[in-house]
Design a protein around this ligand. Structure first.
Ligand SMILES: [Zn+2]
Length: 445
Protein backbone atom coordinates (compact mmCIF):
# COMPACT_ATOMS: atom_id res chain seq x y z
CA UNK A 1 0.00 0.00 0.00
CA UNK A 2 1.31 3.46 -0.75
CA UNK A 3 1.77 5.87 2.11
CA UNK A 4 -1.04 8.13 0.91
CA UNK A 5 -3.59 5.36 0.61
CA UNK A 6 -2.53 3.98 3.99
CA UNK A 7 -2.83 7.43 5.55
CA UNK A 8 -6.29 7.87 4.05
CA UNK A 9 -7.26 4.51 5.42
CA UNK A 10 -6.01 5.44 8.90
CA UNK A 11 -7.95 8.70 8.81
CA UNK A 12 -11.10 6.93 7.65
CA UNK A 13 -10.62 4.30 10.35
CA UNK A 14 -10.17 6.97 13.00
CA UNK A 15 -13.22 8.92 11.89
CA UNK A 16 -15.33 5.79 11.74
CA UNK A 17 -14.23 4.73 15.20
CA UNK A 18 -14.97 8.17 16.60
CA UNK A 19 -18.45 7.96 15.14
CA UNK A 20 -18.93 4.43 16.40
CA UNK A 21 -19.40 3.12 12.87
CA UNK A 22 -18.48 -0.36 11.75
CA UNK A 23 -15.90 -0.69 9.03
CA UNK A 24 -16.92 -3.49 6.74
CA UNK A 25 -13.76 -3.18 4.68
CA UNK A 26 -11.32 -3.67 7.52
CA UNK A 27 -13.47 -6.10 9.48
CA UNK A 28 -13.52 -8.53 6.59
CA UNK A 29 -9.91 -8.10 5.52
CA UNK A 30 -8.37 -11.54 5.32
CA UNK A 31 -5.09 -10.58 7.00
CA UNK A 32 -5.28 -7.47 9.19
CA UNK A 33 -2.10 -5.53 8.56
CA UNK A 34 -0.12 -3.61 11.13
CA UNK A 35 -1.16 -0.40 9.39
CA UNK A 36 -4.61 -0.81 10.88
CA UNK A 37 -3.29 -0.60 14.43
CA UNK A 38 -4.09 2.50 16.47
CA UNK A 39 -4.23 3.63 20.09
CA UNK A 40 -7.51 3.34 21.99
CA UNK A 41 -8.67 4.05 25.55
CA UNK A 42 -11.01 1.44 27.02
CA UNK A 43 -13.43 2.00 29.90
CA UNK A 44 -16.10 -0.13 31.56
CA UNK A 45 -19.07 0.93 33.64
CA UNK A 46 -18.81 -2.36 35.53
CA UNK A 47 -15.10 -2.58 36.39
CA UNK A 48 -12.40 -0.36 37.91
CA UNK A 49 -9.74 0.83 35.48
CA UNK A 50 -7.11 -1.32 37.18
CA UNK A 51 -9.30 -4.42 37.08
CA UNK A 52 -10.09 -3.79 33.44
CA UNK A 53 -6.39 -3.43 32.59
CA UNK A 54 -5.59 -6.74 34.27
CA UNK A 55 -8.52 -8.42 32.51
CA UNK A 56 -7.58 -7.09 29.05
CA UNK A 57 -3.97 -8.13 29.64
CA UNK A 58 -5.09 -11.66 30.57
CA UNK A 59 -7.21 -11.82 27.43
CA UNK A 60 -4.19 -11.06 25.29
CA UNK A 61 -4.86 -7.44 24.41
CA UNK A 62 -1.84 -5.18 24.05
CA UNK A 63 -2.28 -3.13 27.23
CA UNK A 64 0.09 -0.15 27.33
CA UNK A 65 1.76 1.43 30.30
CA UNK A 66 0.48 4.94 29.65
CA UNK A 67 -1.70 7.20 31.77
CA UNK A 68 -5.05 5.67 32.78
CA UNK A 69 -6.73 9.06 33.06
CA UNK A 70 -8.85 8.37 29.99
CA UNK A 71 -9.22 4.62 30.54
CA UNK A 72 -6.97 1.66 29.81
CA UNK A 73 -4.66 2.47 26.89
CA UNK A 74 -4.32 -0.31 24.32
CA UNK A 75 -2.82 -0.76 20.88
CA UNK A 76 -5.36 -2.60 18.74
CA UNK A 77 -6.76 -3.06 15.30
CA UNK A 78 -10.05 -1.47 14.34
CA UNK A 79 -11.67 -4.90 14.32
CA UNK A 80 -10.44 -5.63 17.87
CA UNK A 81 -11.85 -2.29 19.00
CA UNK A 82 -15.20 -3.26 17.52
CA UNK A 83 -15.06 -6.65 19.24
CA UNK A 84 -14.52 -4.95 22.61
CA UNK A 85 -17.46 -2.60 21.95
CA UNK A 86 -19.67 -5.53 21.15
CA UNK A 87 -18.63 -6.94 24.55
CA UNK A 88 -20.10 -3.87 26.26
CA UNK A 89 -16.96 -1.76 26.73
CA UNK A 90 -16.50 1.86 25.74
CA UNK A 91 -13.58 2.17 23.34
CA UNK A 92 -12.35 5.62 22.33
CA UNK A 93 -9.93 6.17 19.45
CA UNK A 94 -6.87 7.97 20.93
CA UNK A 95 -4.57 8.40 17.96
CA UNK A 96 -2.69 6.82 15.08
CA UNK A 97 0.27 4.48 15.48
CA UNK A 98 2.31 6.24 12.83
CA UNK A 99 3.49 9.80 12.31
CA UNK A 100 3.97 10.12 8.55
CA UNK A 101 7.53 10.57 7.38
CA UNK A 102 7.74 13.48 4.89
CA UNK A 103 7.93 12.34 1.28
CA UNK A 104 11.01 14.50 0.84
CA UNK A 105 12.90 12.66 3.57
CA UNK A 106 15.99 10.81 2.34
CA UNK A 107 17.04 8.07 4.73
CA UNK A 108 20.72 7.89 5.63
CA UNK A 109 22.39 4.48 5.46
CA UNK A 110 21.28 2.08 8.20
CA UNK A 111 18.34 4.25 9.29
CA UNK A 112 14.54 4.02 8.96
CA UNK A 113 11.38 5.95 9.82
CA UNK A 114 12.91 9.40 9.67
CA UNK A 115 16.32 8.64 11.19
CA UNK A 116 16.13 5.76 13.70
CA UNK A 117 19.11 3.41 13.47
CA UNK A 118 18.71 -0.21 12.50
CA UNK A 119 20.42 -2.97 14.50
CA UNK A 120 23.12 -3.06 11.82
CA UNK A 121 23.40 0.73 12.11
CA UNK A 122 24.09 0.41 15.83
CA UNK A 123 26.72 -2.26 15.20
CA UNK A 124 28.46 -0.06 12.63
CA UNK A 125 28.33 2.81 15.12
CA UNK A 126 29.77 0.72 17.97
CA UNK A 127 32.69 -0.39 15.79
CA UNK A 128 33.32 3.18 14.59
CA UNK A 129 33.37 4.56 18.15
CA UNK A 130 35.91 1.97 19.27
CA UNK A 131 38.07 2.59 16.18
CA UNK A 132 38.02 6.36 16.71
CA UNK A 133 38.54 6.27 20.49
CA UNK A 134 40.70 3.26 21.42
CA UNK A 135 41.65 5.01 24.67
CA UNK A 136 38.00 5.47 25.66
CA UNK A 137 35.92 2.54 24.39
CA UNK A 138 35.97 -1.26 24.30
CA UNK A 139 33.40 -3.46 22.55
CA UNK A 140 32.35 -6.83 24.04
CA UNK A 141 30.10 -9.57 22.74
CA UNK A 142 27.91 -10.72 25.61
CA UNK A 143 25.50 -13.17 23.98
CA UNK A 144 23.51 -14.18 20.95
CA UNK A 145 20.06 -13.48 19.62
CA UNK A 146 17.61 -16.35 19.21
CA UNK A 147 17.99 -16.45 15.40
CA UNK A 148 21.77 -16.64 15.74
CA UNK A 149 21.47 -19.67 18.03
CA UNK A 150 19.34 -21.29 15.31
CA UNK A 151 22.02 -20.71 12.66
CA UNK A 152 19.54 -18.51 10.85
CA UNK A 153 21.12 -15.06 10.67
CA UNK A 154 20.57 -13.04 13.80
CA UNK A 155 23.07 -11.03 15.80
CA UNK A 156 25.53 -11.01 18.65
CA UNK A 157 24.41 -8.91 21.61
CA UNK A 158 26.95 -6.11 21.94
CA UNK A 159 28.02 -4.09 24.97
CA UNK A 160 30.28 -1.05 24.80
CA UNK A 161 32.40 -0.03 27.77
CA UNK A 162 33.25 3.66 27.80
CA UNK A 163 35.78 5.05 30.29
CA UNK A 164 39.27 6.57 30.32
CA UNK A 165 40.80 3.14 29.95
CA UNK A 166 43.36 2.16 32.58
CA UNK A 167 44.82 -1.25 33.33
CA UNK A 168 42.10 -3.70 34.36
CA UNK A 169 39.20 -1.56 33.12
CA UNK A 170 36.30 -2.94 31.09
CA UNK A 171 37.13 -6.54 31.93
CA UNK A 172 34.32 -9.06 32.17
CA UNK A 173 34.90 -9.59 35.87
CA UNK A 174 34.36 -7.81 39.18
CA UNK A 175 38.00 -7.04 39.93
CA UNK A 176 38.13 -3.62 38.22
CA UNK A 177 38.44 -0.65 40.56
CA UNK A 178 35.83 1.61 38.98
CA UNK A 179 32.11 1.42 39.78
CA UNK A 180 29.86 0.59 36.84
CA UNK A 181 26.76 2.10 35.30
CA UNK A 182 25.01 0.08 32.59
CA UNK A 183 22.40 1.58 30.26
CA UNK A 184 20.41 -0.95 28.21
CA UNK A 185 17.93 -0.11 25.45
CA UNK A 186 15.43 -1.56 23.00
CA UNK A 187 14.77 -4.84 24.81
CA UNK A 188 11.25 -4.17 23.55
CA UNK A 189 12.06 -3.77 19.90
CA UNK A 190 9.23 -1.40 18.97
CA UNK A 191 10.22 1.18 21.61
CA UNK A 192 12.21 3.15 19.05
CA UNK A 193 13.22 6.14 21.15
CA UNK A 194 15.21 4.01 23.58
CA UNK A 195 17.89 2.79 21.16
CA UNK A 196 18.37 6.32 19.86
CA UNK A 197 18.97 7.65 23.38
CA UNK A 198 21.63 4.95 23.89
CA UNK A 199 23.24 5.99 20.60
CA UNK A 200 23.27 9.65 21.67
CA UNK A 201 24.65 8.74 25.13
CA UNK A 202 27.60 6.94 23.51
CA UNK A 203 28.37 9.91 21.24
CA UNK A 204 27.94 12.39 24.08
CA UNK A 205 30.44 10.57 26.30
CA UNK A 206 33.25 10.08 23.77
CA UNK A 207 32.89 13.55 22.28
CA UNK A 208 32.84 15.41 25.63
CA UNK A 209 35.75 13.67 27.33
CA UNK A 210 38.42 16.29 28.06
CA UNK A 211 36.15 19.22 27.28
CA UNK A 212 33.16 18.90 29.65
CA UNK A 213 34.32 18.59 33.26
CA UNK A 214 31.40 16.47 34.47
CA UNK A 215 31.95 13.96 31.66
CA UNK A 216 35.72 13.89 32.13
CA UNK A 217 35.29 13.27 35.86
CA UNK A 218 32.72 10.56 35.26
CA UNK A 219 34.85 8.73 32.68
CA UNK A 220 37.96 8.97 34.87
CA UNK A 221 36.15 7.29 37.75
CA UNK A 222 33.37 5.09 36.33
CA UNK A 223 32.86 2.41 33.67
CA UNK A 224 29.89 3.40 31.49
CA UNK A 225 28.51 0.25 29.85
CA UNK A 226 25.92 0.48 27.10
CA UNK A 227 23.84 -2.30 25.53
CA UNK A 228 22.22 -0.22 22.77
CA UNK A 229 20.12 -3.04 21.30
CA UNK A 230 19.13 -5.81 23.72
CA UNK A 231 16.78 -7.44 21.18
CA UNK A 232 18.39 -7.11 17.73
CA UNK A 233 16.23 -9.78 16.04
CA UNK A 234 13.14 -7.87 17.15
CA UNK A 235 14.60 -4.60 15.88
CA UNK A 236 15.24 -6.23 12.47
CA UNK A 237 11.52 -7.06 12.30
CA UNK A 238 10.55 -3.51 13.34
CA UNK A 239 12.84 -1.84 10.79
CA UNK A 240 11.82 -4.19 7.96
CA UNK A 241 9.24 -1.56 7.00
CA UNK A 242 11.10 1.75 6.85
CA UNK A 243 8.06 4.04 6.71
CA UNK A 244 5.60 2.05 8.87
CA UNK A 245 7.71 0.09 11.38
CA UNK A 246 6.36 -3.31 12.44
CA UNK A 247 5.01 -3.28 16.00
CA UNK A 248 7.22 -6.15 17.25
CA UNK A 249 7.81 -6.08 21.02
CA UNK A 250 9.21 -9.57 21.65
CA UNK A 251 12.21 -11.45 20.25
CA UNK A 252 11.96 -13.61 17.11
CA UNK A 253 11.58 -17.01 18.78
CA UNK A 254 9.21 -19.04 16.59
CA UNK A 255 6.30 -20.16 18.75
CA UNK A 256 3.53 -21.01 16.29
CA UNK A 257 2.05 -17.52 16.45
CA UNK A 258 1.69 -15.26 13.45
CA UNK A 259 2.76 -11.67 12.90
CA UNK A 260 3.85 -9.80 16.01
CA UNK A 261 2.51 -12.63 18.19
CA UNK A 262 5.81 -14.36 17.49
CA UNK A 263 8.44 -14.29 20.22
CA UNK A 264 9.04 -14.10 23.95
CA UNK A 265 8.77 -10.94 26.04
CA UNK A 266 12.38 -10.55 27.19
CA UNK A 267 11.26 -8.21 29.98
CA UNK A 268 9.21 -11.04 31.52
CA UNK A 269 11.83 -13.76 30.90
CA UNK A 270 14.39 -13.07 33.67
CA UNK A 271 15.05 -15.74 36.26
CA UNK A 272 13.90 -13.53 39.18
CA UNK A 273 10.20 -14.06 39.97
CA UNK A 274 9.60 -15.49 36.50
CA UNK A 275 5.85 -16.06 36.29
CA UNK A 276 4.25 -18.58 33.96
CA UNK A 277 0.94 -16.71 34.19
CA UNK A 278 2.17 -13.53 32.49
CA UNK A 279 0.72 -14.43 29.12
CA UNK A 280 -0.01 -17.21 26.66
CA UNK A 281 2.27 -17.82 23.69
CA UNK A 282 0.88 -15.25 21.32
CA UNK A 283 0.34 -12.48 23.87
CA UNK A 284 2.67 -9.49 24.14
CA UNK A 285 3.78 -10.49 27.65
CA UNK A 286 4.49 -14.19 26.98
CA UNK A 287 7.29 -14.94 29.47
CA UNK A 288 8.73 -17.90 27.55
CA UNK A 289 8.84 -21.64 28.24
CA UNK A 290 10.81 -21.12 31.43
CA UNK A 291 12.93 -18.67 33.42
CA UNK A 292 15.76 -17.27 31.28
CA UNK A 293 14.77 -19.56 28.43
CA UNK A 294 15.96 -17.06 25.80
CA UNK A 295 19.57 -16.63 24.67
CA UNK A 296 19.22 -12.84 24.89
CA UNK A 297 18.24 -13.13 28.58
CA UNK A 298 21.03 -15.61 29.27
CA UNK A 299 23.57 -13.31 27.64
CA UNK A 300 22.43 -10.18 29.47
CA UNK A 301 22.09 -11.86 32.89
CA UNK A 302 25.43 -13.61 32.40
CA UNK A 303 27.15 -10.35 31.50
CA UNK A 304 25.68 -8.38 34.42
CA UNK A 305 26.60 -11.22 36.83
CA UNK A 306 30.16 -11.07 35.53
CA UNK A 307 30.72 -7.33 36.01
CA UNK A 308 28.74 -6.57 39.20
CA UNK A 309 29.55 -7.94 42.65
CA UNK A 310 26.68 -9.68 44.45
CA UNK A 311 26.02 -7.77 47.68
CA UNK A 312 22.51 -8.94 48.50
CA UNK A 313 21.32 -12.11 50.23
CA UNK A 314 18.95 -14.12 48.06
CA UNK A 315 15.87 -13.49 50.22
CA UNK A 316 13.61 -10.88 48.59
CA UNK A 317 13.43 -8.66 51.65
CA UNK A 318 17.06 -8.85 52.82
CA UNK A 319 18.89 -5.59 52.07
CA UNK A 320 21.95 -5.15 49.88
CA UNK A 321 24.94 -3.89 51.88
CA UNK A 322 26.23 -0.31 51.93
CA UNK A 323 29.36 -1.66 50.20
CA UNK A 324 27.33 -2.10 46.99
CA UNK A 325 28.62 -0.24 43.95
CA UNK A 326 27.05 0.23 40.54
CA UNK A 327 23.74 1.23 39.02
CA UNK A 328 21.66 -0.11 36.12
CA UNK A 329 19.09 1.46 33.79
CA UNK A 330 16.85 -0.17 31.21
CA UNK A 331 15.06 2.16 28.81
CA UNK A 332 11.50 1.52 27.72
CA UNK A 333 8.77 3.66 26.24
CA UNK A 334 6.42 5.32 26.83
CA UNK A 335 4.55 6.95 29.78
CA UNK A 336 7.07 9.36 31.38
CA UNK A 337 7.92 7.26 34.41
CA UNK A 338 11.00 6.63 36.56
CA UNK A 339 10.46 3.14 37.98
CA UNK A 340 12.41 1.68 40.91
CA UNK A 341 12.28 -1.81 42.50
CA UNK A 342 10.28 -3.82 43.09
CA UNK A 343 8.00 -4.24 40.09
CA UNK A 344 6.67 -7.69 41.05
CA UNK A 345 5.04 -6.55 44.31
CA UNK A 346 3.81 -3.40 46.02
CA UNK A 347 5.69 -4.33 49.21
CA UNK A 348 8.61 -1.92 49.50
CA UNK A 349 12.11 -3.23 48.80
CA UNK A 350 14.58 -3.48 51.70
CA UNK A 351 16.78 -0.66 50.29
CA UNK A 352 13.70 1.45 49.58
CA UNK A 353 14.97 4.72 51.09
CA UNK A 354 18.13 4.80 48.98
CA UNK A 355 16.49 3.34 45.87
CA UNK A 356 13.83 6.04 45.99
CA UNK A 357 16.33 8.86 46.62
CA UNK A 358 18.09 8.05 43.34
CA UNK A 359 14.81 7.77 41.43
CA UNK A 360 13.66 11.09 42.86
CA UNK A 361 16.87 12.74 41.62
CA UNK A 362 16.14 11.32 38.15
CA UNK A 363 12.62 12.73 38.39
CA UNK A 364 13.97 16.18 39.21
CA UNK A 365 15.88 16.04 35.91
CA UNK A 366 13.34 14.60 33.52
CA UNK A 367 10.12 15.60 35.29
CA UNK A 368 8.70 12.08 34.98
CA UNK A 369 6.69 10.51 37.82
CA UNK A 370 8.57 8.30 40.30
CA UNK A 371 6.82 4.97 40.90
CA UNK A 372 7.39 1.40 42.08
CA UNK A 373 5.29 -1.75 42.36
CA UNK A 374 2.35 -1.75 39.99
CA UNK A 375 2.54 2.04 39.66
CA UNK A 376 -1.19 2.15 40.32
CA UNK A 377 -1.93 0.02 37.24
CA UNK A 378 -3.12 -2.98 39.27
CA UNK A 379 -0.94 -5.48 37.45
CA UNK A 380 2.72 -6.28 37.95
CA UNK A 381 5.74 -6.95 35.76
CA UNK A 382 7.47 -10.00 37.28
CA UNK A 383 10.48 -11.35 35.41
CA UNK A 384 11.76 -7.88 34.40
CA UNK A 385 15.46 -7.01 34.20
CA UNK A 386 15.40 -4.15 36.74
CA UNK A 387 13.96 -6.42 39.44
CA UNK A 388 16.37 -9.20 38.49
CA UNK A 389 19.53 -7.12 38.95
CA UNK A 390 18.36 -5.68 42.26
CA UNK A 391 16.78 -8.84 43.65
CA UNK A 392 19.65 -11.10 42.55
CA UNK A 393 22.80 -8.95 42.83
CA UNK A 394 21.67 -5.98 44.96
CA UNK A 395 22.52 -3.46 42.22
CA UNK A 396 19.91 -0.70 42.03
CA UNK A 397 17.97 -1.26 38.80
CA UNK A 398 15.78 1.39 37.20
CA UNK A 399 13.46 1.73 34.23
CA UNK A 400 12.73 5.00 32.48
CA UNK A 401 9.58 4.97 30.36
CA UNK A 402 10.63 7.58 27.80
CA UNK A 403 8.11 9.86 26.14
CA UNK A 404 4.67 11.28 26.89
CA UNK A 405 1.33 9.48 26.90
CA UNK A 406 -0.22 12.13 24.70
CA UNK A 407 1.02 14.78 22.24
CA UNK A 408 2.64 14.41 18.87
CA UNK A 409 5.71 12.80 20.51
CA UNK A 410 3.74 10.03 22.26
CA UNK A 411 3.54 6.37 21.33
CA UNK A 412 6.05 3.75 20.24
CA UNK A 413 6.80 5.48 16.94
CA UNK A 414 7.24 9.21 17.60
CA UNK A 415 8.64 11.43 14.89
CA UNK A 416 12.41 11.29 14.86
CA UNK A 417 12.52 15.03 15.59
CA UNK A 418 11.11 14.23 19.07
CA UNK A 419 14.47 12.69 19.98
CA UNK A 420 15.95 16.12 20.67
CA UNK A 421 13.53 16.90 23.51
CA UNK A 422 13.76 13.33 24.88
CA UNK A 423 17.53 13.61 24.96
CA UNK A 424 17.59 17.02 26.62
CA UNK A 425 15.20 15.79 29.33
CA UNK A 426 16.97 12.52 30.05
CA UNK A 427 20.69 13.29 29.75
CA UNK A 428 20.78 14.78 33.29
CA UNK A 429 18.97 11.68 34.61
CA UNK A 430 21.59 9.42 32.97
CA UNK A 431 24.36 11.55 34.49
CA UNK A 432 22.87 11.43 37.98
CA UNK A 433 22.33 7.67 37.82
CA UNK A 434 25.89 7.14 36.54
CA UNK A 435 27.28 9.32 39.32
CA UNK A 436 25.28 7.37 41.93
CA UNK A 437 27.17 4.20 40.94
CA UNK A 438 30.01 5.08 43.31
CA UNK A 439 27.85 4.72 46.43
CA UNK A 440 24.20 4.05 45.76
CA UNK A 441 23.20 3.06 49.32
CA UNK A 442 24.53 5.71 51.71
CA UNK A 443 21.90 5.05 54.40
CA UNK A 444 21.70 1.27 54.01
CA UNK A 445 17.93 1.39 54.31
ZN1 LIG B 1 9.09 -1.81 27.12
Amino acid sequence: MTRISRLRRLIVAGAAVLLGLTMPGSATAAVPSTTELAYYDVTSAATTTGGLAADLNRRGYDVLEGSMTNGVPILASASDAQRLRRGGLTVRYAGPLYQPVPASFVAAADTYYGGYHTAAGHETHNAAVVAAHPDLAVLRTIGSSWLKTQGSGGHSIQALCITKIASGDCALNTSGSKPKFTLMAQMHARELATGELAYKWIDYLVSNYGTTAAVTNLMNTTELWIIPIANPDGVDIVSSNSTSPVSQRKNAHTNGCSGTGKGVDLNRNSSYHWDVNQGTKCSETYPGAGAASEPETQGIQGFLSQIYRDTKPAADFSAATTATTGTFLTLHSYAELNIYPYGWTNTIAPNNTDLKTIATAMGKSNGYDVVHGDGGLNYFAPGATDDWIYGTLGVPGYTIEVGPSSSSCSGFFPKYTCMTSFWNLNLPAFMSLATAAARPYPTGS
